[in-house]
Ligand binder design. Structure first.
Ligand code: PSV
Ligand code: MN
Length: 404
């Protein structure tokens, strides 16, 4: 059995958590991967096809199961409807289970059909609002049949020019539509509401930030919560603060992990700003260790790797989340608290940096070893030949591309 370096052992002692506790938390971590991240995707400038990319839903499940097989902490896959529409949902559920994974969040799509040009649940036309609600109700039924507990909602609704839409009327329609969907959801199903500052509406979006999503959730009920997609904010926004704020209100429902340099880039989580990811996990761990906080957070990746090999990039993404979580578990919370109480700004910051800079690789290797996994999932996957094999099998099959 791998033993941990002295330096890491001392850091673990500083955290106030036992090694067993830390290992058990790491083993229970759960990062959901998105079906759309396995298919060909691109930007508005073009799609560069990959021979090994998933062409069918069966391929997507197979790829998600492969990510889980190597990482051990990605046991579910989110679906986007109708991109992943099938006739027999129970059969799909069984297919997923036979691969060792389950169906996670169901994401209705009310943004692609021509009718949604001027919005879905905020559309002036009641028939189009009806169509959007009916689609979400259909998705609730899919949740029942697949065993999914999460309806994950994002709306492309917004406008491009001043005067194009009436803000308050649109808000009213949105609330009424969501109330109807919420009421159709049986407990313990949860509705997660995702906000986005920009795109495709460039003048305004109807759910532009966490505050708007929070208010609308308040009109629905306790099982409606906010979803934070890391790419959906203005540049200076402090995401970890939003996370802590929502946690304190039991309104943080889930994440869409990714990273960005410019806009909503959907780059690998932790690739551009790993310190920000650590600070987000730091807030999560802090809340997790606080008995006063009730939390049920769905950790999901929302990335479409246009250029990187898809499964490999997903393994890398899951590991980046694992690493950030491990580091956050190593924060000396007593020392941090004392430094905060004493107004010791540098001392407090140093406590965070010490955990962030800790080399958690030996700890993660130990955890993986105990889970019966390869100690280095990325390397093991790269050497497995999966990519080459799937490229041969899938090369001649036609499949659609998602827009990411
Ligand atoms: C929109 O940008 C978004 O983040 C939503 O979560 C969608 O469901 C997803 O991307 C895929 O297009
Ligand atoms: Mn998203």
């Amino acid at each position: 059995m791998t033993s941990l370096p002295d330096r890491l052992q001392r850091r673990i002692e500083c955290s106030g958590l036992s090694l067993e506790k830390i290992k058990s938390k790491l083993k229970k971590q759960h990062i959901e991967t998105p079906s759309w991240g396995y298919a060909d995707s691109g930007t508005r400038f073009g799609v560069f096809k990959q021979a090994a990319a998933a062409k069918t839903l069966a391929h997507k499940l197979e790829d998600a199961a492969t990510v889980h097989r190597y990482t051990g902490i990605a046991p579910s896959v989110a679906l986007h409807i109708p991109w992943d529409l099938v006739d027999d949902w129970s059969a799909l559920r069984q297919q997923a289970e036979s691969l060792g994974i389950r169906i996670g969040a169901i994401n209705p799509n009310v943004f692609q059909d021509q009718e949604y040009k001027l919005g879905s649940i905020t559309n002036e036309d009641a028939a189009i609002r009806r169509k959007a609600v009916d689609h979400m109700l259909e998705c609730v039924e899919i949740m029942r049949q697949t065993g999914s507990q999460i309806l994950s909602l994002w709306f492309a609704d917004g406008t491009n020019y001043p005067g194009q839409g009436h803000f308050r009327r649109r808000k009213q329609w949105m609330t009424e539509c969501l109330q109807e969907v919420y009421q159709a959801m049986d407990s313990p199903m949860r509705m997660l509401l995702e906000y986005k500052l920009f795109e495709p509406g460039f003048y305004h979006t109807d759910l532009a930030d966490w505050g708007m999503a929070y208010v609308v959730c308040g009109h629905l009920g306790d099982r409606a919560q906010v979803l934070v997609d890391l790419g959906h904010h203005a540049h200076a926004v402090n995401i970890e603060h939003i996370v802590a704020f929502l946690l304190s209100e039991s309104k943080l429902g889930g994440f869409h992990f990714n990273n960005r340099k410019s806009a909503d880039d959907d780059l690998t989580v932790g690739s551009i700003n790993p310190y920000e990811l650590f600070l987000i996990f730091n807030e999560l761990v802090d809340a997790e260790l606080d008995p006063a906080v009730t939390m049920d957070v769905a950790f999901m990746i929302d990335q479409s790797h246009n250029l990187k090999p898809k499964v490999e990039a997903m393994v890398q993404s899951v590991i980046n989340c694992q690493k950030a979580y491990a580091k956050a578990l190593l924060v000396n919370r007593n020392a941090l608290r004392n430094a905060q109480a004493a107004g010791d700004i540098i001392g407090a910051e140093v406590e965070l940096v010490k955990a962030y800079e800790a080399d958690v690789e030996p700890l993660l290797r130990l955890v993986r070893e105990e889970m019966g996994l390869e100690p280095d999932p990325l390397q093991a996957y790269r050497q497995s030949g999966y990519e080459r094999q799937k490229a041969e099998e899938r090369a001649k099959i036609q499949g659609g591309a998602t827009l990411g």
